[in-house]
Design a protein around this ligand. Structure first.
Ligand SMILES: [Zn+2]
Length: 90
């Protein structure tokens, strides 16, 4: 047994049911531009979710950058959060 194993609780999420490690599964649109990060237990499959901080590097769809013309068509503006939600079965 190793006694010096003490990862920060913030870095490692644990399943509230069985205590096993949970892994990031996907994100869900929570409305008003907010998103929820969904985690799934690697042992029992229980899912848990936590709000994604606004300053997290996610959902960059709004940032406008000048795309070079020879780089192809711009990002499809139709594929917004609502569409993603539908595609995910929400
Ligand atoms: Zn579990």
């Amino acid at each position: 047994m190793s006694g010096g194993e003490a990862p920060s609780e913030r870095a490692v999420r644990r399943c509230r049911e069985c205590g096993a490690e949970v892994r990031f599964s996907h994100r869900e649109y929570a409305g008003r531009g907010a998103q929820m990060a969904v985690f799934r237990c690697t042992r029992c499959g229980v899912t848990d979710s936590a709000p994604v901080p606004r300053d997290a590097p996610v959902a960059r769809g709004r940032s406008r950058r000048k795309a070079p013309i020879d780089e192809g068509p711009p990002e499809n503006p139709v594929l917004d959060a609502e569409t993603v939600k539908r595609l995910l079965g929400g």
